[in-house]
Design a protein around this ligand. Structure first.
Ligand SMILES: N[C@@H](CCC(=O)N[C@@H](CS)C(=O)NCC(=O)O)C(=O)O
Length: 362
């Protein structure tokens, strides 16, 4: 137990001052609601870039991606890794689905983050290169004293996935999904990635940023603002803002196939990984329950449209997603019981295609 740990009765995740480096997207779209009990996502720690002097672009698995199939932020990276054909270029480890002993209240001694015990779904067997048992060990290797830094502020250590790790310098390049997917899109094109398509064309940067400005705060982080808050007022604020965002995206997708037109971009991948979890998890577990995705015609069409792109469905592990949220997040669901009978467990939910355009090829 840390001797420096201050006494705190904090019960919510993060503080409004935890936005870290002000230039990050997360800081730009941080939750502005200072109602007691509002959820504030802490800043991730590592923001280096492939191309920085100590992290030159290189293939042959010098760099290694850690993702949990449960996590929507990590899932963005996994989808981009698949679409850019980075297998053999950037290594991959899938963690298990459990986050054991996660809590918003101290003590945090038994919290070690994602485990590698039951690593990977059946279709993958990518080994953790350091033989670690938990991701805590990776964070401590990259930044000795990482746990202590958080605990000395009275906070749970934030062992976030995704992580892009450098096997050569044994440190973390980035722990921020928005930045990792941009690197995957462009940094490895001369090292084996599929360079024939661009998920962030320069001519569309502004439209992509405009979409992210809606999707990040109201939808990607918005569902967590609904689910992780600890007061009625904070929940109602988060819920209203979330549905404002959902309604505007439903409208946008009524006018174009993807968020910025006819071309799939990183914005679509960012939206998709939240929608893919929605009817299984967020609707009930996070109380976002005004409508299911299957009741929003354009969002539902988009969800199934992207699901059909080659490779995408292989990244969706609904069983682990369900177990992870309902079992791990005891501060939301104290019994840890996961529900049965989810409509998303029926293949027809994903494969209904009468209202879909032809399959999108990259
Ligand atoms: N801003 C981060 C968010 C990542 C994040 O919060 N991941 C969660 C899982 S959904 C996590 O790993 N949490 C572990 C923890 O809280 O210690 C990103 O986009 O990469």
């Amino acid at each position: 137990m840390s001797s420096k740990r201050p006494k705190t009765d904090a019960t919510s995740w993060g503080k409004s001052s935890d936005i870290g480096d002000k230039s990050t997207e997360q800081a730009k779209f941080a939750n502005k609601d200072n109602t007691p009990g509002a959820m504030h996502r802490p800043a991730t720690k590592f923001h280096h870039k492939i191309g920085d002097p100590q992290f030159p672009a290189e293939g042959n698995n010098r760099y290694h991606l850690y993702v949990s199939e449960a996590c929507p932020w990590a899932h963005r990276c996994h989808v981009t890794w698949i679409l850019k054909k980075l297998d053999g270029v950037v290594g991959l480890t899938l963690t298990g689905w459990k986050l054991e002993n996660i809590s918003h209240s101290p003590p945090f001694d038994d919290y070690h983050g994602w485990d590698f015990v039951d690593s990977g779904s059946d279709s993958y067997s990518y080994k953790e290169p350091n033989n670690f048992s938990h991701i805590e060990e990776l964070y401590e290797l990259a930044h000795p004293g990482y746990r202590e830094e958080w605990e000395s502020r009275g906070q749970r250590p934030y062992y976030a996935v995704p992580v892009l790790y450098d096997t050569k310098t044994k440190t973390i390049v980035s722990s921020e999904s928005a930045e990792i997917i941009q690197m995957f899109n462009s940094a490895f094109n001369s090292y084996g990635a599929d360079s024939s398509f661009d998920l962030e064309p320069a001519s569309m940067k502004k439209q992509i940023e405009d979409m992210n400005a809606i999707v990040y705060p109201t939808i990607n982080d918005g569902v967590y603002r609904c689910g992780f808050c600890t007061s009625q007022q904070a929940y109602e604020n988060a819920y209203n803002s979330h549905w404002e965002g959902m309604d505007s995206v439903e409208k946008i997708l009524g006018e174009s196939r993807f968020l910025t037109g006819d071309t799939l971009t990183l914005s679509d991948i960012r939206l998709w990984t939240t929608l893919a979890r929605y009817d299984t998890v967020y609707y009930s577990h996070f109380k976002t329950n005004r409508s299911r995705i299957s009741e929003m015609p354009n969002l539902y069409r988009f969800l199934r449209d992207v699901y059909r792109i080659e490779g995408v469905s292989s990244t969706l592990n609904l069983e682990w997603i369900k177990k992870h949220y309902y079992w791990s997040q005891r501060m939301v669901n104290p019994t840890g019981i996961w529900p049965l009978g989810m409509p998303t467990e029926d293949k027809a939910y994903w494969e209904k295609s009468d209202d879909l355009p032809e399959i999108y090829t990259l």
